[in-house]
Ligand binder design. Structure first.
Ligand SMILES: [Ca+2]
Length: 474
């Protein structure tokens, strides 16, 4: 994955959920309008009430646009059936278009029509959905479904019949990962008690009965919640957010089979979203103080809103696109979703890689188009007779760790040293040139990631006077 964005539509409010099915990316959240790439707030807006659909390949806005209104006026969870023909939608809403609803519905993706069969009555927010061939699992704040007791989790047949599956959960469920091959439904949220046992924020339930089948009781401290879950063939991945001291804000990898922990990182900065693709765990957070995680960083002036980590060993990879915190709680990204080879991100940010872009963006698998962030400034330092010593501060690149610096004397390339760097690790570099004593030269520097080269710096004119300090002027 590169850190380069593809042109993407924007929303005027928070994107809480993304799903990909049959070439379409569905977007749910708390917003009233969408606008094209590059448009400022208020410009070229098109009405979309908490739900929008885009062509996954081109990013084009699609006409599929049921409005979700009433209740808490928000869409919080989207999940497609395994064959992509049905999109399950949850949140807090009382109407879908003109039809009455109670916070959960299903849409046929082929015609973008509301299904008549899947129409449960949820007593409160739906915040998480996962779907297997046999069942649709909904999690959230609710305690009643169709008037029956269902404490914060419920299961339905794909056509909307409430199943006997039942668990007691004492606080909201925010994430569900169904792993039917392993006979478990992993749930995450704010809870302490799961089926009467202390299971802080995480547990695994039997897909049919709802009984607890795996315990992860000591994985999260008391003041941390699970915000999102993702899974691959062998592992599941936990996104955690804590509040106060002694909290856990990072990510955990666990084995789906035996429920053992694989690794846990200790970055600070409230993880909101996780997605896994080809051995890489992508996350959305506002990471800071990541010093104890391999490839990580100490506290510095910025917060990193995206990270990529090896699923094997949590090593942080050199992939550093970034957003601002944005509106709402200032958490930046809220959701990540792979659509083919493209990574979509939604949330409450208003910039991406330093440029205006609100609440929705996507990252390209390549080719890399992003040149290093800055052109270094050359300085001439003291030098001996016939020698010119140049120094500069290493720049950095969002998706390349090692950069090559091209030093030109009078238009001719005279050196090309390489160095590893990152936004928080920009060493001072040095090059000593041999020239005729008393001669005068124009030096310029450019920097390349191997594919993309920055502009050349302004010329630094150096007079290499014998036995004197070099004189510099720009
Ligand atoms: Ca690059």
């Amino acid at each position: 994955m590169t850190a380069d964005t593809l042109a993407t539509w924007q929303t005027d409010g928070i994107v809480w959920s993304l799903e990909y099915a049959r070439g379409v990316v569905y977007v749910g959240g708390t917003f009233n309008k969408v606008r094209p790439p590059g448009a400022k707030p208020g410009q070229q807006e098109v009405a979309r009430k908490n739900f929008a659909a885009f062509d996954a390949a081109t990013g084009r806005l699609l006409p599929c646009a049921p409005s979700f209104t009433g209740g808490g006026n928000t869409v919080r969870a989207l999940k497609a059936s395994p064959n992509g023909r049905v999109l399950y939608v949850g949140g807090s809403f009382g109407n879908v278009g003109k039809a009455g609803a109670a916070s959960a519905v299903a849409i046929d993706t082929a015609g973008c029509s509301l299904r008549k069969d899947f129409r449960p009555t949820m007593s409160s927010f739906v915040r998480a959905i996962d779907v297997t061939n046999d069942a649709v699992y909904l999690g959230g704040d609710f305690t009643l479904v169709n008037g029956q007791d269902r404490e914060r989790i419920a299961a339905f047949t794909p056509s909307g019949k409430l199943l006997p599956f039942q668990a007691e959960i004492d606080a909201p469920v925010r994430a569900i990962l169904a792993a039917p091959k392993f006979g478990k439904i992993i749930v995450g949220g704010d809870f302490f008690l799961l089926n009467g046992q202390l299971e802080k924020s995480l547990g695994a339930l039997h897909p049919v009965t709802g009984k607890t089948v795996n315990s992860y009781a000591d994985w999260l401290p008391p003041r941390s919640s699970v915000k999102a879950l993702a899974g691959d063939e062998t592992n599941f991945y936990v996104a955690a957010e804590g509040a106060g001291t002694g909290i856990f804000d990072g990510r955990i990898a666990g084995r789906l089979g035996d429920g053992k922990m694989v690794w846990k990182d200790t970055c600070m900065g409230a993880t909101q979203a996780v997605a896994v693709h080809k051995g890489v765990l992508y996350s959305g957070s506002h990471a800071h103080d990541c010093r104890d995680t391999p490839g990580g960083f100490t506290e510095y002036h910025n917060r990193q809103h995206f990270l990529a980590q090896s699923v094997r060993n949590r090593h942080i990879l050199h992939w550093f696109p970034d957003t601002d915190g944005g509106t709402g709680e200032g958490n930046g990204p809220r959701v990540l979703k792979m659509a083919g080879e493209v990574l979509w991100a939604g949330g409450e940010f208003t910039t991406v890689n330093g440029r205006p872009q609100q609440s929705l963006t996507r990252f390209s698998p390549g080719p890399d188009r992003g040149a290093p962030e800055e052109v270094p400034q050359l300085k001439a330092s003291a030098s001996a007779s016939g020698r010119v010593t140049l120094t500069w501060r290493a720049t950095w690149d969002r998706d390349d760790a090692e950069l090559k610096y091209l030093i030109y004397r009078d238009g001719r390339l005279v050196a090309s040293p390489t160095r590893r760097s990152a936004e928080w690790n920009r060493p001072t570099m040095k090059f000593t040139d041999s020239v005729a004593p008393g001669s005068r030269h124009r030096y310029r520097i450019a920097v390349t990631d191997g594919k993309n080269t920055s502009l050349k710096s302004k010329a630094l004119v150096v007079s290499a006077v014998a036995d004197e300090r070099p004189k510099e002027k720009h």
